[in-house]
Design a protein around this ligand. Structure first.
Ligand code: TYD
Ligand code: MG
Length: 474
């Protein structure tokens, strides 16, 4: 309807204008400028639609709106229990806090190839199977490509509709005529508003297109799921600006080459951000991961040189992961430090601590660190296991079987407390790690072996004494 008017109505097109607004300071200009004249930042001008005069509220109606608005005493307010729409996936529902709230808008972000389209095709199909009409708008793949995936994953259903479209006005026409209960937009970077001159995926296009679709979805209480790509550095390319416009922001993480995927909420207006969902990519699509330890630990739990088991907590979920380190001599070129699944900055800091406080020379060594299963771990409780895995590889001595570690390492080598020690140790023991080692926690009711610094932990397993022998051998 809207699209028709814009396409045929010459006057609407000529009246509707765009402006460029500095994303940093709000300076407005009629043309795009490479550098904002006010804050002097480069590349901050973002194209926006100027609201046409007829869509601005009249003075009289504004008066009525202002008069109607009255505060309510908090004692008269009652918290309403929001009904949830559950999908077939317990992990998806868990991350959203028990299912999707009707009419909510969610963005699912992740690197290309991580499985966003697969996940949301499954969610849309599961909703359709439960009797909710679902629309999947694909701006990246053709409806035929999508149909092939649906067929292969046995997700074909008459209530799941597919639309191959990128024009946001055409999409909103379709939403208003089909009136689905949930709509997936794959992806928000591929959608464009025809009245903006900037290219699809630019900040202005992403913001205007999303705002347009969110307005329609909110008016008709339709659940809206956006897919957004992130860059390798972890930024939502463009739609970072969308985060405040949606109800929930979910990140799908994992290495495209490994099967484990982690879905994490960084914002959730209808639940906590503490829950994480675990999936595995199979030939039947993304399946809930019921036994994460099978993927996050090596098949054999025999003592291995350069391997340490870490007790970590993702959100509120305890997980046991294996960190592997390889320290190799390198006398012919600049030393390499490679971190897969952990922060490289953190690894460099730990290497400096080991060199300075434990006298462990790594200056002529390559150091590689990897987390088994392709999981990315951000919390600092992984520090102690990384440090011990490096020392184990450096000294050619394995850590004993059945032992697991956790704890943050400070700049002077001290092992600092981390939250939820008892939860970590309980999960470790449940999976057969009888000997758990971590920082002291005076309040915990669960016992574990405590260490004050990395040196103490290293001496406990004779990793430093052996280090001297290795150095002589070098
Ligand atoms: P996709 O959902 O297209 O990723 P994104 O939308 O995030 O770019 O899926 C990417 C990968 O998942 C692709 O390399 C193939 C793999 N895959 C499977 O292993 N099994 C499956 O059933 C499907 C649908 C995809
Ligand atoms: Mg995709």
């Amino acid at each position: 309807m809207v699209y028709e008017r814009v396409k045929t109505g010459e006057t609407s097109l000529t009246r509707q204008k765009t402006k460029f607004v500095c994303a940093n300071c709000g300076y407005e200009s009629a043309q795009w400028l490479g550098r904002c004249p006010l804050c002097e930042q480069f590349n901050t001008m973002v194209e926006e639609l100027v609201a046409p005069l007829e869509s601005r509220p009249k003075k009289r109606s504004m008066r009525a709106v202002v008069d109607e608005s009255q505060p309510i005493p908090s004692t008269e307010l009652k918290g309403t229990v929001v009904p949830r729409v559950v999908s077939g996936s317990a992990e998806w529902d868990r991350v959203l806090g028990g299912g999707m709230v009707p009419g909510s808008t969610i963005i699912v972000a992740g690197e290309p190839g991580v499985g966003k389209s697969t996940l949301l095709t499954q969610v849309a199909a599961q909703m359709a199977q439960k009797g909710h009409k679902a629309l999947y708008v694909s701006g990246e793949e053709s409806p035929h490509q999508l149909a092939m995936r649906l067929e292969r994953l046995s997700l074909i259903h008459s209530d799941l509709l597919v639309l191959g479209e990128r024009n946001v006005l055409a999409i909103s026409n379709c939403l208003q005529s089909v009136y689905p209960q949930i709509a997936v937009i794959d992806s928000i970077q591929s959608v464009f508003h025809p009245l903006l001159t900037s290219s699809p995926g630019s900040v202005g296009q992403v913001r205007e297109s999303a705002a347009h679709l969110i307005r329609i979805a909110k008016e008709s209480r339709m659940g809206l799921l956006f897919i957004g790509h992130v860059t390798k550095e972890g930024y939502l390319a463009g739609p970072k600006v969308l985060e405040h416009m949606v109800d929930a922001v979910l990140y799908l993480e994992g290495e495209a080459t490994a099967p484990v995927r982690l879905l994490r909420a960084t914002k959730n207006r209808f639940g906590t951000t503490g829950e994480v969902g675990l999936f595995q990519m199979t030939e039947r699509g993304l399946e809930d991961l019921t036994h994460p330890d099978q993927w996050l630990l090596s098949a054999s739990q025999e003592p291995k040189i350069g391997s340490a088991v870490a007790l970590i907590v993702e959100g509120r979920r305890p997980l046991v992961a294996e960190v592997q380190a390889l320290v190799a001599s390198n006398t012919w070129s600049g030393c390499r430090r490679v971190a897969t699944g952990v922060d490289i900055g953190r690894l460099l800091m730990l290497i400096a601590v080991l060199e300075k406080h434990l006298g462990c020379s790594l200056s002529n060594k390559d150091v590689y660190v990897n987390v088994v299963g392709g999981l990315r771990i951000r919390e600092t409780a992984i520090d102690l296991p990384i440090a011990l895995a490096i020392l184990s590889s450096r000294s050619d001595r394995p850590l004993p079987a059945g032992t697991a570690f956790f704890g943050e390492v400070g700049l002077s080598g001290e092992v600092r407390p981390v939250s939820q020690g008892a939860l970590r140790v309980r999960e470790g023991r449940r999976l057969g790690f009888r000997h758990c080692i971590g920082p002291t926690d005076g309040t915990s009711t669960v016992d574990w072996t405590t260490v004050a610094d990395v040196r103490q932990a290293a001496e406990m397993f004779h990793l430093i004494g052996a280090n001297r022998t290795t150095r002589r051998r070098d």
